[in-house]
Design a protein. Structure first.
Length: 414
């Protein structure tokens, strides 16, 4: 009996109360947390400056400042993601070590438990008479029986505790590895953003060369874009009106949340329909979509899963929607994402909700970087070649006026 008690006490000492984290690794994790907090604060400050710049008067200097701030913000975001990935690597390393150690100790403990239970079974099978004839008393026999029962329960409880510990650590490791995979995907996305911004910087340099860094020349370019916008909008309205009234019964009834936001951060700069700004800006007096603030290089996401019905990769200065992607969804809606700086999908590709379609820009007649988002009744969407003032011909989507649906009726509430 004494040997059994000693074995159990040694067993308890051998079992860790919880997974021990290496102190040096924990220190590095805490340093990563401090760096993450610092980068997040810097990104927040740059975002505020960028938003403030976008609301200022449209001048050449403000445009250049906006480009520079956006490049700085994206560079900081890439540093942030790398730091977060490094932190997750450290956490996974620690969890892996803990799991390996715990598994080894569990094998040892299980062997000890098995041996102890065999001894208990042998003692259980000893006749009472054998114990008494061996010099024991009836009282000592019952004391031994009570102690053995308690030890058996304690051994069983410890086995369950170790199993739970290993299970929790395995779940934690799986979660951390998934998080690291997500961050790796984010890093690739940010790398693409940086590439897009490099292109934007080249465009910025081209703009400075075209304007010879003179404000008057820049304002002339803006005026040209506005003129092209007016011509395009008038032609689009004429085409739409010529179709009469479309049957939109296959489209879902308006309901918030059918579509997701196409951007991670949402600021609406132009609403759908006959607003005051629309009557001032558009021949029809209405705006056929919603405009969102989006600095160049911002990932543009599919508002719902579907098939890429059409894209326009080619673009020339001031012409139509610039680069755009059109996604046909399975529920009777189709969505347009316009004025992109680059497109990340191809025609016919199946995309999931939230998947990156491209990156925001100011291509086409846009006088500043933003995302134009239109929702159509799918059954009414048609296509036509449109010739811009420059002579460039582009394929454009259009529909009967009633087939342009208010995006805000399908997007989540603000």
């Amino acid at each position: 009996m004494g040997n059994l008690l000693l074995s159990f006490l040694l067993l308890l000492v051998a079992i860790p109360a919880h997974a021990q984290t290496n102190e040096s690794v924990q220190t590095r994790i805490e340093e990563s947390n401090a760096q993450i907090a610092k980068l997040q604060k810097e990104i927040e400050q740059l975002t505020g400056e960028l938003n403030a710049t976008s609301q200022q008067k449209q001048t050449l200097q403000n445009t250049v400042t906006g480009f520079n701030l956006n490049i700085q913000k994206t560079t900081k975001s890439i540093s942030l993601t790398n730091t977060e990935i490094g932190k997750k690597d450290k956490e996974i390393h620690t969890l892996s070590g803990n799991i390996s150690t715990t598994a080894s100790k569990m094998d040892l403990v299980r062997g000890q438990i098995a041996g102890s239970l065999r001894q208990l079974d042998m003692l259980d099978q000893e006749p009472v008479a054998l114990v008494l004839f061996g010099g024991g008393t009836l009282s000592s026999f019952f004391d031994q029986a009570t102690s053995l029962a308690a030890l058996r329960q304690a051994l069983h409880d410890k086995s369950l505790e170790l199993s739970d510990l290993k299970g929790n650590l395995t779940v934690s490791k799986s979660s951390a590895e998934q998080k690291r995979a997500d961050l790796a995907n984010l890093q690739r996305q940010l790398a693409q953003q940086q590439k897009t911004l490099a292109i934007a910087r080249d465009e910025q340099n081209t703009l400075l060369q075209q304007t010879k860094s003179k404000e008057a020349n820049y304002q002339t370019l803006i005026a040209q874009k506005k003129a092209e916008q007016a011509v395009f909008e008038a032609e689009l309205y004429r085409l739409a009106a010529s179709l009469g009234t479309a049957d939109t019964s296959a489209a879902p009834s308006p309901s918030r949340g059918i579509l997701n936001w196409p951007l991670g951060s949402v600021t609406i700069t132009q609403q759908f329909g006959g607003t005051v700004d629309a009557r001032r800006l558009y021949t029809s007096g209405t705006h056929n979509g919603v405009d969102f603030r989006a600095s160049i290089g911002t990932p543009v996401r599919a508002a719902l899963g579907g098939t890429v019905q059409e894209i326009n990769q080619g673009t020339v200065k001031n012409c139509q929607y610039g680069k755009w992607a059109l996604v046909k969804h399975d529920n009777g809606l189709t969505t347009l994402y316009a004025h992109l700086s680059s497109i990340a999908v191809v025609k016919g590709q199946r995309v999931a909700t939230g998947e990156t379609l491209g990156y925001s820009g100011d291509t086409g007649y846009a006088t500043g970087p933003h995302l134009h988002f239109t929702v159509y009744a799918s059954s009414a969407v048609q296509f036509k070649n449109y010739t811009c003032n420059s002579g460039y011909t582009a394929y454009i989507p259009y529909a009967a006026p009633n087939a342009y649906l208010d995006p805000m009726s399908y997007l989540p509430g603000l």
